[in-house]
Design a protein around this ligand. Structure first.
Ligand code: ADP
Length: 437
């Protein structure tokens, strides 16, 4: 249990690649923070700086009030679970979980108690005598988490822990992590590129792009009040529709005009636009697919159906409107049965003023929050990625310090991404940088 503080943290690799810039975040004790963004945006680098696996180029990181910039990983009282976790194939589940504690020379009785408690939490008590090859992918991931739990860390770091699992298992493990969070009462920082994972797990979400934090907020805040066009498009599925439209101010009232349709902004939005004295201007208008409504009104926006997808509880109608592809989500009630709409069928849609998000055409900032969304450095992020830099999602690079726990080739841990494959000649050995040597 600890609070964390990241102050003006910056990371430049090899004097050229700016991976993270101006990262400022106060994380409360026991908070669950999710770092989310597309591949290469700097999430893992940020997490690895917290862990102590990467040097910090500039700025400060505090854990529990202690500045840790130069504190080695094993002295930071953290535990980390990686995407490419790996278990020792020659050890039982019990020994895999106990390993870090044995290294730290905990008494046998204490180790036994901690291992059994962790197994209980993760529902793997029945598996303690098995070897990793007799486990499913999801069970192996639980063992990897168990190994981290027994340390009772102040901070739990997770780097894409579910991305090697298939979709169904990922959903299941996602709720397991929610339960884990209730049982293991500590501070979590969780990295993912998956916005659904971020929305369902995080107390607060940090959305990153090209090394810069775009917005920090609760799932509700980032969904309903996106700071800019990037966040608007990244959060929510299906993606928000973005139109070229006009914002019109008439006295103290605001309207958006789209293809002949004129909709008054809600009172709440109007108050925010007035507060910034926003003038009439062309805007990027964001409308979520679930906020578009099919209608017979004459003044509605005309569209032609391209394809409609029956999703069970809703139909996703893809239409062409205003010279672009638009998605409309139509919820279905229990008894309702709809037939798929034929291609080319004309429809009309409208929306409410409370659902309209207006963004600055030049900057992409949400016009309701122009100051809030203003980054400290107004210059565009100078992210340079030389050709020889490995793709950010390449996992082999992310295996921490193999030298700390060298295992003989035949005893190499089973890499998560190839659970059934024999150990490679030069295996991705998981070192344990958080364990005592
Ligand atoms: P993410 O976790 O969001 O996918 P990363 O933090 O891994 O992103 O990477 C951020 C940027 O830093 C990317 O441009 C990536 O290519 C680069 N990068 C990551 N690790 C290294 C490294 N060891 N050396 C040089 N560049 C790196």
């Amino acid at each position: 249990m600890a609070d964390l503080s990241l102050r003006n943290v910056k990371k430049i690799y090899d004097n050229t690649v700016v991976a993270v810039q101006s990262f400022n975040l106060e994380i409360a004790d026991k908070e669950f923070i999710v770092l989310v963004g597309p591949s290469g945006c700097g999430k893992s680098t940020t997490l690895r700086m917290v862990a102590g696996l990467e040097d910090i180029t500039e700025g400060e990181i505090y854990i529990g009030g202690r500045k840790v910039n130069t504190v080695p990983p094993k002295d930071r009282d953290i535990a980390m679970v990686f995407q490419n976790y790996a278990l020792y194939p020659h050890m039982t589940v019990y020994d895999n979980i106990a390993y870090g504690l044995k290294l730290r020379k905990f008494p046998k009785r204490v180790i036994d108690q901690k291992v059994r408690e962790a197994a209980e939490i993760l529902d793997i008590s029945e598996l303690l005598k098995r070897k990793p090859k007799a486990l499913s992918g999801g069970q192996r991931q639980r063992v990897a988490i168990g190994r981290a739990i027994v340390r009772e860390p102040q901070v739990f770091l997770m780097d894409e822990p579910l991305s090697n699992l298939d979709a169904k298992l990922r959903n299941q493990m996602r709720s397991e992590i929610l339960k884990l969070r209730q049982k293991v009462n500590t501070t979590f920082i969780y990295v993912t590129h998956d916005q659904t994972e971020a929305m369902t797990l995080g107390d607060r979400i940090v959305i990153m792009k090209e090394g810069f934090v775009q917005q920090v907020g609760t799932p509700q805040e980032v969904f309903h009040h996106p700071a800019n066009l990037f966040v608007a498009g990244f959060i929510g599925t299906p993606q928000m529709n973005i139109f070229d439209a006009q914002l019109v101010r008439e006295g103290d009232r605001y309207f958006v005009e789209l293809a002949g349709l004129r909709v008054e902004m809600s009172a709440e939005k109007t108050a925010r636009l007035l507060a910034w004295d926003v003038a009439s201007q062309p805007v990027k208008l964001g409308l979520r697919p679930e906020h578009l409504t099919l209608t017979d009104r004459d003044d509605a926006v005309f569209a032609a159906v391209d394809v409609s997808e029956m999703m069970g509880s809703a139909v996703h109608i893809h239409v062409s409107a205003c010279g672009q592809d638009v998605v409309i989500v139509v919820p279905l009630s229990e008894e309702e049965e709809t037939e798929n709409m034929p291609m080319g069928q004309p429809v009309r849609f409208t929306f409410r003023g409370s659902a309209a998000h207006v963004f600055d055409v030049e900057t992409g900032y949400n016009l309701e929050y122009p100051q809030k969304s203003e980054p400290e450095e107004t210059a565009p992020p100078a992210v340079t990625v030389p050709e020889n830099v490995p793709p950010a999602d390449q996992t082999a690079e992310e295996v921490p310090a193999p030298e700390e726990l060298p295992a003989p080739a035949e005893e190499a841990p089973v890499p998560a991404e190839q659970p059934e494959a024999p150990a490679p000649a030069e295996p991705a050995v998981i070192g344990d940088p958080f364990a005592e040597e």
